[in-house]
Design a protein around this ligand. Sequence first.
Ligand code: KIV
Ligand code: ZN
Length: 520
Amino acid sequence: MLKNNKILIFDTTLRDGEQSPGCSMNLSEKLKIFEALQALNVDIVEAGFAIASEGDFEAIKEISKIAKNTKVCSLARANKEDIDRAYDALQYASNFRIHTFIATSDLHMKYKLRLSKEEVLENIKNSVKHARNLCEDIEWSAEDGSRSDFDFLCQCIEVAIRSGATTINIPDTVGYAIPDEFKELISKIRNSVPNIDKAIISVHCHNDLGLAVSNSLSALDAGARQVECTVNGIGERAGNASMEEIVMAIKTRKDFLPYYTDINTKEILQSSRLLSAITGFTVQPNKAIVGANAFAHESGIHQDGMLKHNKTYEIMNPESVGLSKSKLVLGKHSGRHAFKQKLIEMGYNLGDNFINDAFKRFKSLSDKKKDIYDKDLVALVDNEVTLNDEIIKLINLEVKCGSTRNPKILVKIDYKGKPIQKTESGNGPVDSIFKAINSIVKNNAKLELFQIHAVTKGTDAQAEVTVRLNEDGISVNGLASDTDTMVASANAYIVALNKLIDKRKRRTSGIGISSSTNIK
Ligand code: KIV
Ligand code: ZN
């Protein structure tokens, strides 16, 4: 059913995005992301996969309780248990959707599901009917749809709609499609499935060939009216279609894309930064829309052109995605009010307790660093965002190192309310710091990522450190910034350990997903 030219934005950052390695989030992080998605005015938020874990279930339930205008959705496989679990978590929302799926390609049916075509059709009928008895709004997805036998795919869609599906989603699960081909597939579906006018067509594209956004946009021309996407394009393997790229392409190229979304684009940058801070997945500087250089003009010719007329080299207005113009912002003498105002101007709408803590950190930063730029404030706030109920806190760090001696470090931390101090000497100062912390906080975590980047230019720039730890399959990220790289490293490690301890406590209840249903 082609409603009009409005494109529904279905955000799956908290499900498909969160599912990708290294991106997992705890409950309070998911709630923060949800709030950012709500501020963006996303139409539907896929908040998780209720049966996958206790953590997913809790997150969907808590998100359902706080959702205002946003429709909340949970994924469910094509069986009663999954669908009931999704409903149990979603029932707290005033507006919700159950999203059920089954694979329809020969490859998936034969090797993964071990089901015949007839059995798959039967599953679709039963699962969609069951879901429809619980909720009015049902999305059905044909996993690996773009590689499915066309006639069979059409049969599946027809059955799903007849059984009560209101949205039909065609995923390019493995990111294999080419834009013209994908457009043709959606067109053919519209022309071949007799009851297709009773449902909205949705697309869900992965980015394995870097074509997720192009494929999604070309499907609009063929009649798709819902796009599934994620903030920063995070997601399995090469990721999903990036929400900000789709939304801004539609907004910027109305001549070719005569559609609209209801996204509040001024929230784009803030949501992108929040997600990067929480997951430790920083976006590449040249990433479209949200990369640090997306609106930077470095070369003389470009700067000259910009000074004469900003349209010479800018196709979008930076403010339209939430980028503030001013570069040099606050200094040593700025007060709490100016600090708060600046954060609001930058798109951070934060509570008073949060502002107070962040302001203390700002004061201590301004003692060390003369000029405080927007990027410094972003790092500072992001840092604050990742600090949750901490069991471990850094009290003191002393580092002695040099070209002619082994490093010697002293770490003092507050662990479960007790101050504990250790000295250590390892392969370099960072190794020594991590070893000392490990000798106080016992763990089997493996360091999967250690990354440093300078937040701004200059030797007094803050270092932003990301640490990723993995312990028995539990993966967590820690992010911290400081003008002292060693302090930032110690804090990032400690943030990750705090999250690990929190996750250990919440470890899944055992309702896992079997390998045969490991979805993309
Ligand atoms: O990529 C995919 O096929 C999916 C479906 C579950 C929609 O994520
Ligand atoms: Zn997917």
